[in-house]
Design a protein around this ligand. Structure first.
Ligand code: DQA
Length: 147
């Protein structure tokens, strides 16, 4: 199947950015491990990061045009603000899992609210880079069950 991983703002700085919250792995490390896992499971993976809200909306439209089967998204700060990205996911009806490296429930209270969790297949947070791999495993399972 076709799977797209989308990463929101500041995630290009992983590895140097607040390692206490986000760990030491870089986004390139996460891209590498998820690409390996996707290939092993017979999926094709597109991996993106963008700092701009409208670009993430466009990437979701692109995924729809390319008939992507599943999205894994870490919307980063847009988690707590973006009706536009939520609406893009609702409009395209592409099933998705929401991932956060940090445990958003153990931080500032504004991080507890997500514009995505109620429409996601599932949410993973607090497990660092492993969360992306777990999301990919779950996506694989969901796609098998829906075939
Ligand atoms: C994040 C959590 C968000 O609250 C924050 O704005 C981020 C990263 C995470 O992966 O833990 O940029 O999505």
């Amino acid at each position: 199947a076709k799977i797209t991983i989308l990463n929101g703002p500041n995630l290009n700085l992983l590895g140097v950015r607040e390692p206490g919250h986000y760990g030491n792995k870089t986004l390139a490390d996460i891209q590498k491990s998820t690409e390996t896992l996707a290939t092993q499971s017979g999926h094709s993976l597109n991996f993106y990061q963008n700092n701009a809200e409208h670009e993430i909306v466009e990437l979701i439209h692109q995924a729809f045009a390319e008939q992507v089967d599943f999205i894994i998204i870490n919307p980063a700060a847009f988690t707590h603000t973006s009706v536009a990205i939520r609406d893009a996911l609702l409009a395209t009806k592409i099933p998705f899992i929401e991932v956060h490296l940090s445990n958003v429930h153990a931080r500032e209270s504004f991080r507890k609210h997500s514009y995505f969790s109620d429409i996601a297949e599932g949410v993973i947070c607090g497990l660092g880079a492993t969360g992306y791999e777990l999301a990919l495993q779950a996506a694989h399972q969901i796609l098998l069950e829906r075939k």
